[in-house]
Design a protein around this ligand. Structure first.
Ligand code: NAD
Length: 282
């Protein structure tokens, strides 16, 4: 494993398992398998409704808590509540979270950030991050926050590498983490790109491994999602080859200048509707 050093000195594994769209049972299985096969980083979120499954997978793996970097995200419906970090810890069955993010900058997100700062001071979370913030929203946050975010999780992949926008984030000591690193579920076109397929042949790796290695060489932390044991193993087997700078640039030039995923800002009612579902997870 290779590690990213965050601005607060914490070491974060460069590759982790993403759990979006995994049911609680699938998350339990996948997390247990991943941890037993060399993974140290797991990404979940309140709204994935699988935090309990992730917690069971951690326990079942038998891996020591100190060897695990657990990342989760506070859902916007919870930004005004005082007890949601505690409830998240309860669901996970853990007594601290390594990194907690503001999932989306909707509603009263600056208040949500304050709740994370409080939990940080209480030792319940070891680092604070953000996700899906525009650079204007990051600037606004940096002007008012007490504790700086160490990382931002955004959509990043060869179709949307955001090279220019990332400069501001890097200048402010904010590390970059990619969601949809492979282009997301059902989007196999990045994997099928000619340049990617040719490099896979050259290095005797799969196209997915070429794309994940591109991320790492771009400085992006990656959390590819999978419930498939073969893919889970493959996605961490990235440290025995290196792309040339020219090859990295060739992949970056697949840039389409826009995200794959776009979401209209939901209403407060839509955000709130998830709250009972999150709290009722098995
Ligand atoms: P991804 O780009 O990781 O793609 C996942 C898809 O790729 C799945 O269909 C999977 O079966 C397939 N896949 C995985 N490994 C493969 C391999 N080796 N070969 C071929 N196919 C492979 O998309 P994702 O899982 O949606 O995103 C990664 C993670 O990012 C999520 O699981 C979640 O933890 C996080 N995420 C965060 C946000 C956010 O708003 N912060 C949004 C989306 C996802």
């Amino acid at each position: 494993m290779e590690y990213l050093t965050l601005s607060n000195g914490m070491k974060m594994p460069f590759v982790g398992l993403g759990t979006y769209k995994l049911t609680p049972e699938e998350a339990e299985e996948a997390v247990c398998f991943a941890l037993q096969n060399g993974y140290e980083l797991i990404d979940t979120a309140n709204v994935y409704r699988n935090e309990k499954g992730v917690g069971r997978g951690i326990k079942k793996s038998g891996v020591d808590r100190s060897k695990i970097f657990l990342e989760t995200k506070l859902w916007p419906a919870f930004f005004d509540d005082d007890d949601q970090v505690d409830k998240t810890l309860e669901r996970l069955g853990l007594d601290y979270i390594d990194l907690m993010l503001i999932h989306r900058p909707y509603g009263n997100y600056l208040n949500g950030y304050k709740k994370l700062e409080k939990a940080y001071k209480e030792g319940k979370i070891k680092a604070i991050g953000i996700s899906n913030f525009s650079n204007e929203q990051v600037k606004e946050l940096l002007e008012v926050c007490e504790i700086k975010p160490v990382i931002i999780q955004n959509e990043l992949n060869p179709y949307n590498p955001q090279v220019e926008a990332n400069k501001y984030l890097r200048e402010n000591g904010i590390a970059l983490q990619a969601w949809f690193p492979l282009g997301g579920r059902g989007n196999s076109s990045i994997i099928d790109e000619k340049v990617v397929v040719e490099l896979a042949k050259k290095y005797n790796k799969s196209p997915a491994q070429i794309i994940l290695k591109w991320h790492i060489q771009m400085g992006f932390d990656v959390i590819p999602g999978s419930r498939n044991p073969e893919h889970i193993k493959e996605n961490i087997d990235l440290f025995d080859f290196k792309l040339t700078d020219e090859e990295v640039n060739e992949i970056t030039s697949l840039d389409k200048g826009e995200p794959i995923y776009y979401e209209d800002v939901p209403s407060i009612e839509q955000l709130m509707a998830r709250k009972p579902l999150i709290e009722a997870q098995e």
